[in-house]
Design a protein around this ligand. Structure first.
Ligand SMILES: Cc1cc2nc3c(=O)[nH]c(=O)nc-3n(C[C@H](O)[C@H](O)[C@H](O)COP(=O)(O)OP(=O)(O)OC[C@H]3O[C@@H](n4cnc5c(N)ncnc54)[C@H](O)[C@@H]3O)c2cc1C
Length: 553
């Protein structure tokens, strides 16, 4: 066929770049005590930005997992089949210890190093990060029963991805999931009806019967499950295959047909006298499993930061190469304002995520002040960062024009993923109410939080005034205003971190938009959409930090 036209004015493929070439992340990595991990993070960054891994991420979503309930003879198998690309992604994640390295390597900064790896590698595909995150998170909860931790922690922490239905102790490495939500209630797990009956003469063993409405990554080896024991709601460790090699009573009914997160499987499960071991004490199930939830909440923030960074990177790359009305998009003043605003949001989220990873690290080392800070700061950051994600993704998508709405740009995948972290591990309202609870019932958390803000006092009058307004807001700690409060706390924390450590142009624009007195939706202040930064913002400097260096040719 004779050529009808030339293709021009399209950006080069965004591939072959280093995802870890991310100034806010790299400086946070060093500041939070894990500079020693930079080479490993860079290695993951180059992998995540490679054409091969990008293709694996696409395939893992294009060919989502399939449930096989029975074999050809009619026996139940309850297995999930994945595209090879999924297994490749999992292999890299586990080999790099994103599922557990800090439980093996207790060097200061180990949780931060792992956070950086998770943040960077998540750009390849968000779905497989779910079992990676749950495996990382299970260990603190599991330690409530020393015998179980001794038995399984070394295998959970092993850098070996060993897929398949076999007894846990015969495998080279294990993965863990969590099974809390039932049809009648996910936030209010006290409504769980799954029953746990003690096995007579076998201390600590129970048989669980009931259903779970959402259990992600059902091909994991072990699950933390909530069930009603004689002493009340309790936490159990449930193996998918019993130690004697027989299948446990865990039937996968269906896989959810989800909006996004399509590479990952999320199942409806029936437990039918499934063997499980008590973790912690009977009746203290929520207190035990909350330790796992607290770790996965950090990953909700990190994963959200990953999505924002990916979105603004793709948008900035496109705008650097695409011309309209005689000028590059990135040079058009209004597009520059949009891109810079997206970049500011992304950097603020990254800064907060890494501050929380650092707090996790220091809290794990016994620092009580950091544990108290993390308690409140994580709740408000989880609330706010996850709320910003869908609108951030939508705006980044629009920067590519019509191409952004087309699947192969990668933007639709990012957009569909964006609301999920807000639902997981305490949906928006629940996270805001949790922050309110910490604020009113754990004064040491509030003290640690304000001590953190105080570190930036006097450096920027807009932040100082925002903190005054925040303290006023504390005068009305009602449930109905919990979102106001969580948002204000998250914004002041992000502002304080940027003003202390951030790039000056980013910090100035953040304070001028998100903190200034007239910010927050006045006609002349920061608008409600992205792209309404104060005039005089150094947009070129800010956009430059989000524009990837792509090899020529
Ligand atoms: C893709 C996906 C994977 C999942 N994987 C898992 C998994 O692996 N394991 C697992 O256990 N669960 C999983 N879940 C379930 C998830 O944790 C729950 O959906 C979530 O906790 C919310 O529970 P729910 O759906 O029952 O909604 P509800 O608890 O009914 O909440 C509905 C709405 O009401 C709000 N709300 C609740 N209480 C209050 C209140 N007191 N005041 C004001 N508002 C309130 C919530 O914020 C939410 O917006 C998954 C969900 C999804 C979408």
């Amino acid at each position: 066929m004779p050529p009808t036209h030339e293709v021009f004015n399209q950006p080069p493929a965004l591939t072959g770049y280093d995802v870890a070439d991310d100034p806010a992340m790299l400086s946070a990595l060093r500041r939070e005590g894990a500079g020693w991990a930079e080479d490993a993070v860079r290695e993951l960054g180059r992998l995540a930005g490679s054409a091969q891994v990008q293709e694996q991420g696409r395939q893992a979503n294009e060919y989502p997992p399939k449930l096989r309930t029975h074999d050809r003879f009619g026996n139940r198998v309850d297995e999930v089949e994945f595209h090879p690309a999924w297994h490749e992604l999992m292999t890299v994640a586990v080999r790099h210890g994103l599922h557990a390295a800090p439980w093996r390597d207790t060097r200061p900064g180990a949780h931060v190093a792992r956070a950086a790896g998770f943040y960077v590698w998540g750009a390849a595909d968000a779905g497989h990060c779910c079992p990676v995150s749950m495996t990382y998170a299970v260990v603190p909860a599991l330690r409530h029963t020393a015998g179980l931790a001794e038995r399984f922690e070394p295998l959970l922490a092993a850098p070996e991805y060993d897929f398949g239905l076999r007894p846990p102790e015969t495998k080279r490495g294990l993965l863990a999931g969590m099974s809390m939500t039932e049809k009648q209630g996910g936030s209010d797990v006290r409504a769980n009806t799954t029953r746990a009956v003690p096995v007579p003469g076998d201390g600590g063993s129970y048989l669980l019967t009931g259903h779970k409405w959402f259990t992600s990554a059902p091909m994991c080896d072990l699950f933390m499950v909530l069930a009603q024991a004689p002493g009340g709601l309790s936490c159990f460790l449930l193996p998918r295959v019993r130690p004697d090699g027989t299948p446990n009573g865990m039937r996968l009914q269906r896989l959810k047909d989800k909006l996004g997160n399509r590479s990952n499987a999320s199942a409806e499960v029936e437990y039918d006298e499934a063997l499980a071991w008590l973790v912690g004490e009977e009746g203290r199930g929520v207190r035990t499993i909350i330790e796992m939830v607290n770790m996965t909440r950090l990953d909700c923030v990190l994963g959200t930061a990953t999505g924002m960074r990916a979105g603004v990177t793709m948008a900035a790359h496109h705008a650097a190469h695409r011309t309209a009305f005689g000028r590059k998009l990135a040079e058009q003043p209004l597009m520059a304002s949009v891109l810079a605003d997206l970049a500011i949001e992304s950097e603020a989220t990254t800064m907060a995520a890494f501050r929380l990873a650092g707090a996790t690290d220091r809290a794990a080392g016994g620092d009580e002040q950091e544990a108290a800070f993390r308690r409140l700061a994580l709740a408000v950051t989880k609330y706010w960062a996850c709320k910003r994600a869908p609108v951030h993704a939508a705006e980044a998508l629009e920067c590519l024009g019509g191409n952004g709405y087309v699947e192969e740009s990668g933007m639709p995948r990012l957009y569909r993923e964006a609301p999920l972290a807000s639902i997981w591990e305490g949906s928006g309202n629940v996270a805001a109410l949790d922050a309110l609870r910490a604020l009113t019932r754990q004064p040491e958390s509030a003290e640690a939080f304000f001590a953190e803000l105080d570190q930036a006092a006097g450096a920027d009058s807009r932040l100082d005034q925002a903190v005054v307004r925040l303290r006023e807001e504390l005068g009305d700690p009602s449930e109905a205003r919990a979102r106001h409060l969580a948002e204000a706390m998250a914004l002041t924390l992000q502002g304080a971190l940027l003003i202390r450590y951030g790039d000056p142009a980013v910090a100035d624009a953040f304070a001028g938009s998100r903190l200034a007195d007239d910010a927050g939706g006045g006609f002349w202040g920061w608008g409600r959409a992205f792209g309404t930064l104060p005039s005089g913002t150094d947009t070129a400097a800010i956009i430059g930090r989000a524009t990837p260096a792509v090899p020529a040719g």
